[in-house]
Design a protein around this ligand. Sequence first.
Ligand SMILES: [Zn+2]
Length: 257
Amino acid sequence: MPEGDTVFRTARRLDEALAGADATRFDLRVPQAATIDLTGQPIHGAVSRGKHLLLRVGDSTLHSHLRMDGAWFIYRPGEKWRHPAFKVRAIVGTAERDAVGVDLAEIEVVPTRDEAQLVGYLGPDPLAEDWDPAEAVRRLSADTRSIHVALLDQRNVAGFGNEYAAELLFLRGILPTRPTPEVDAAALIELGVRTIRANRDRSRRTFTGVDRPGQATWVYGRAGKPCRRCGTLIRRGEQGADPTRERITFWCPSCQR
Ligand SMILES: [Zn+2]
């Protein structure tokens, strides 16, 4: 699932492919933005903010979110796409490259000076240059909900999704249902920062140090399988008001208290 590390890498690839050239193609295939055309405008670059992607073109910013299945692909003009055309939501091209966004969510174009309207509510981002650990700890510590829900709330810290929440809580030995005020927020965030920064430059995310499929996580996606530490069967549950896959939790009932 795309989390802050995936979005960071996506922004870097978009930046490398497009920045510095003029847009020769700008095609948004969503009703609310279909008439916007930034062809001919200079592409300044792309950055991530938590799980949000900002591509700056002319005086405007194209915002997108990868949600569950979204991705951006880079092609040479004329190269055959590796995905069906009906899934394409955005194409931004230059003379040298086409960036094609598939299954994207929250596509919007705003004046770049108004980016804060889209992402200003986000908490500190451990992959951003202005990362502020004290502010992240302050926001997380002030949350009285369960730690799993608080860690996923992008207003506290931006970039962690369900997989990070499950794995970080396992590594710290904390049940996902524990009230956040009982948790050492500074230690949890410190581990989260180290982990997401280590994964930032990997092609495949890992929490165990092994990146082979099926071996990269301790608990995430492993319901019913034995804990890698103690052998107890990993449990799966749902938490929070939002009935989406984002709220599914995985934990070891022996290792996490
Ligand atoms: Zn265990």
